[in-house]
Design a binder for this molecule. Structure first.
Ligand code: CMX
Length: 136
């Protein structure tokens, strides 16, 4: 794994949280994006070499809605950038981690993504991500 690409934070109200984090970081989000396949609306802040992603539920049955209902707002996942997501997914599988998808999906911010089940990673939801069209 190369680095922490972003940290995802589940929020109830994206525009209110955009204001709050804009005050905190002294910087505005560089993009807002709806990811229909994940049923989320997101915004991204760039902080040096890493990013913070805010996630609001797009539908009542989305992973973010369930998370907030059960655990409240807060850190939802940590995303790690990888060189070759297919090779990393195979390696993770061999190591016994539980992958939440068999093939990479298209996620927010022009990435191929794959999540690992938090039950196999000490309760932390981990995302592998690779820039689409990145050369490896
Ligand atoms: N971090 C840590 N634990 C989490 C979690 C999270 N983000 N989300 C759920 N859990 C916990 C649940 O609380 C539950 O714990 P207990 O068994 O102790 O009660 C446990 O994981 C298992 O939950 P589950 O009932 O099997 O499954 P859920 O329906 O809660 O789904 C998960 C959990 C991770 C499988 C599901 O949320 C998922 O598939 N996530 C990947 C996709 C995703 O999160 N998309 C939104 C973000 C997209 C983006 O970044 O753009």
């Amino acid at each position: 794994m190369k680095k922490v690409e972003h940290i995802g934070i589940a929020v109830k109200n994206l525009s209110a949280s955009n204001e709050l984090f804009t005050k905190l970081f002294g910087a505005v989000p560089y993009k807002e994006e709806e990811v229909q396949s994940e049923h989320v609306i997101t915004s991204f802040f760039q902080l040096g070499d890493t990013k913070i992603e805010l996630l609001e539920a797009g539908t009542p049955d989305s992973a973010i809605a369930k998370f907030i209902e059960k655990r409240g707002e807060g850190i939802h996942h940590i995303a790690f950038e990888v060189e070759d997501i297919y090779a990393e997914m195979e390696r993770m599988k061999q190591e016994g981690f539980i992958l939440l998808n068999d093939t990479p999906k298209e996620g927010a911010d022009n990435k191929l993504i794959c999540f690992l089940h938090p039950k196999s990673t000490n309760g932390v939801l981990i995302e592998l991500c690779q820039e689409i069209n990145s050369t490896f």
